[in-house]
Design a protein around this ligand. Structure first.
Ligand code: ZN
Ligand code: ZN
Length: 311
């Protein structure tokens, strides 16, 4: 099993888009963008309203289904090992020899599926065969039962921490829903690096709105001025105060990883109307979209330039 698990993890790590969290996220957003281009906004909207849940669900599904090559390798290794062990047992000439061989082998591979117990053997004995031949036949039969283990016996690659690291931190900004760009588990650090940080995105993607008129906003957190009034736990508060007092575990300045910014603006341009319908509010105005660069964006240009930068 260990060999199979390691092979599956290796197969996932060999996937091209698994080499960085930027590429993982680009792959994910491309899947959503294709649906949006085909007029299906449902999944993309569900993502932006609940990013952590949706990206983790997608990622786990993806990595857990990258298994065909690993399984082939596993069966190859398993079959040759099975043949080798069967031959060794077949050549044993006494009960003691079989017992020693099998128990040593199990210790060596650090996995216990079968342990020879001579006392239990009595119930398998009959009078027509030598005891060691009966034991050999019994072991061979049991080994055959394990000869074709189903993939469900494998550990899922997503159970492995080094695989989940490739997704990065999936905490999301309370205001705009942007996914943190930190490494997985960085919030357990004790210094400044524990703060979540991201390239913030148009707030309307996560349902942020101008409260009085209930209109979605296109402004991103890093573009807000400190004297802007925001509704913080139902209390009107200045942004400059709220971000330090109530969201001190996040950074809100602009981020060096800004490659996906235009892509997120493209999403907001496309989803604005349907998001407003879903949230029963008013879509962002053209002026608002234009002010924050969420208008007339060309998908092909965005994707091509992202691929040049990231791949
Ligand atoms: Zn934000
Ligand atoms: Zn984080």
């Amino acid at each position: 099993m260990k060999v199979g698990n390691l092979e599956r993890i290796k197969a996932v790590k060999d996937v091209v888009w698994m080499t960085s969290s930027e590429l993982v996220r680009l792959k994910y957003f491309e899947v959503l963008a294709k649906q949006v281009q085909n007029g299906n906004n449902k999944e993309a909207i569900s993502h932006f309203l609940n990013p952590k849940r949706y990206i983790e669900y997608w990622f786990k599904n993806q990595v857990d289904s990258v298994d065909s090559m690993a399984d082939t390798e596993y069966y190859k290794t398993y079959n040759s090992e099975f043949y080798y062990v069967s031959q060794k047992i077949h050549n044993c000439q006494s009960l003691g020899e079989i017992e020693r061989y099998v128990n040593n082998y199990m210790e060596e591979v650090d996995d216990i599926h079968y342990k020879v117990n001579l006392k239990n053997l009595e119930r398998h004995l009959n009078t027509s065969e030598e005891p060691h031949i009966q034991l050999r036949l019994h072991i061979e039969k049991r080994l055959k039962d394990y000869c074709k283990p189903k993939p469900k016996f494998f550990q899922n690659p997503s159970d492995d921490e080094s695989i989940m690291k490739m997704l990065g931190c999936t905490e999301t900004c309370y205001w705009c829903g942007a996914l943190c760009w930190g490494s997985r588990g960085h919030d357990r650090n004790t210094d400044e690096t524990k703060k979540h940080h991201t390239a913030h995105q148009p707030g309307g993607l996560h349902g942020e709105r101008y409260t009085q008129a209930d209109i979605l906003v296109a402004v991103s957190c890093h573009q807000k001025t400190d004297d802007l009034m925001v509704l913080c736990w139902n209390k009107p508060t200045r942004w400059g105060v709220a971000k330090i007092r109530d969201f001190s575990d996040w950074k809100f300045e602009s981020h060096y990883k800004d490659q996906l910014n235009n892509f997120m603006c493209w999403f907001f341009e496309k989803l604005n109307q349907d998001l407003a319908k879903r949230l029963n509010c008013v879509p962002a105005s053209n002026n608002e979209l234009s002010k924050y660069g969420c208008i007339n964006l060309n998908y092909d240009n965005i994707i091509n330039s992202l691929k040049v930068k990231l791949v």
